[in-house]
Design a protein around this ligand. Sequence first.
Ligand code: 13P
Length: 258
Amino acid sequence: MNRKYRKTIIAGNWKMNKTPSETKEFMAEFKSIMPKGRWCDVALCVPAVCIPTAVRAMRETRVGIGAENCNANASGAYTGEIAANMLVDAGCKYVIIGHSERRAMGETDAEVNAKVLSALKNELSPIVCVGESLEQRELGITEDWISMQVKCALSGVPEEKIRKIVVAYEPIWAIGTGKTATPEQAEEVCEHIRTVIRKLYGAKIARAISILYGGSMNEKNAFELLAQPDIDGGLIGGASLVPEKFVKIIEAANQPTV
Ligand code: 13P
């Protein structure tokens, strides 16, 4: 983390977990144990049907609610899809874009880019996910792959909008596997992502963008990961489903930094 130049963000990704009723229960418990100080930004990205409940429950708090996906089009004949402006109207501040679980369902880099542009047009903060597979890591092409994903996702994003972007580095081999990247491995790629952004937008902007790590981050390993200079927060799956665990991760973000 480097709080001098950029925000620390702890974001949960609930994936396909929790009903609206369970969301209400979670939020009540979370609110009762939430750390009081304003240490970092907190986001919870929840299933679309849970958004209204989550927004209502968190209205008076500093927790921003987000969606897990959006469609790139403004409106039209896209049965089952949800446009960025609908998410904004429902009270969302964030939207996860390009999660590896969606890429595995066929989402392309061009689609990720179109969704990022649509989210930005609607003043949503896109949490853009990038990450390599174990095979790619073993082949030694992690940095090339990540550069490509970042460049594709940010293609056509104007300088005045870039500060709304949050990037999440999520190595596919670490997601839901209990196999966390070491702080050094995670830092190496997050630093690389910042270098890619620096080459595209200059040092000042690169310094201001929050880059998160995701992949089996939990209440035990968060402190060490967040101590890395280029890891500005976490995108948390499993551990964000349990209020006490999520709170402990938020607390881990309250550590002295350089
Ligand atoms: P886990 O924390 O469950 O590994 O999930 C990470 C993730 O995919 C967050 O987007």
